[in-house]
Design a protein around this ligand. Sequence first.
Ligand code: SF4
Ligand code: FES
Length: 338
Amino acid sequence: MAEEVVKFKVTIDGIPVEVDPGTTILNAARQIGGDIVPPAMCYYSKLEGTGGKCRTCLVKVSKGSEKDPRPMPKLVASCRTTVMDGMEVQNITSPDVVEARKGVVEMLLINHPLDCPVCDQAGECKLQDLGYEHGNEGTRYEFERRTFERIDIGDKIQLHMNRCILCYRCVYVANQLTEEREHGVLNRGDHSEISTFIEKALDHDFVGNVIDVCPVGALTDKTFRFKNRVWFTKPVDAHRNCPTCAGKVTLWYKGDEVLRVTGRKDEYGEVEDFICNTCRFETKHTSDWTLEEPTPIDHESVIGANHYLAFNPPSVIHENKKLQLANEEQLARTERLK
Ligand code: SF4
Ligand code: FES
């Protein structure tokens, strides 16, 4: 007889869900989806061992489990706390969590410059979203912010350490996707910084993924820097037969020019597949790719704000009946959701 599969019942903000033992609260919330999912600046489901660094995912456990219903005494990091059977969790329904998240945002912004108007990440920055949703108008911090010189990590990536929130995601990429780790976090506390030790260039086929995983504009693509604002571009999903990676990407068009290539991201801003440097940096012509469809964009995202692109899209869309129809459908859907 087949063994009965054990599931744990958890309630998050009053919504019940059944998950496998060992699931974290964050991932249980992701199974429910929507507004009750805690924000995550350092956890990255595609990289092992991430999480526990930024504290943006704090939640309140108001009932520990069916066996031991006592609440947990402090807020916990939902990306690092596994569920128990009968657990009850509060996220947006807890004023304590909302207040604590405000404090975390204030802390993350202590050293982060407010340079969104000139930052390439603006419009797709997780800290910008978080600041908008939970931030205070001003800071209580009176000291000077930490400042660093920009560092070129190889010829395609730039590190702007002023913006780094020390989430460690890029370090895990270097650890897990490349054979040798040449960069990491040096020093501790207020002196911590991402460094390539002797500023040695990270030279590996998959190292471009540090750009995609960085939640802020600390690691940027030098081939795209200052070329355009993301909301003036039109993302289109495409693939190619790549011998090194899955070759599934998003092409970011302005007119008929591919300004940049990134991995495809899911609703939590995490890439679906890591892509190689050749796909990212060397294949920027429409002829290199088979186009699939205009990338679905969340209707609340600023990236979809320029609807004129839906009416007057790049000619690659205009000339392709299938892409044109998909584009129109997406626009209609967005309009309906408003
Ligand atoms: S550079 Fe970006 S990815 Fe790396 S630790 Fe800093 S914020 Fe995180
Ligand atoms: S996402 Fe949980 S601590 Fe950063």
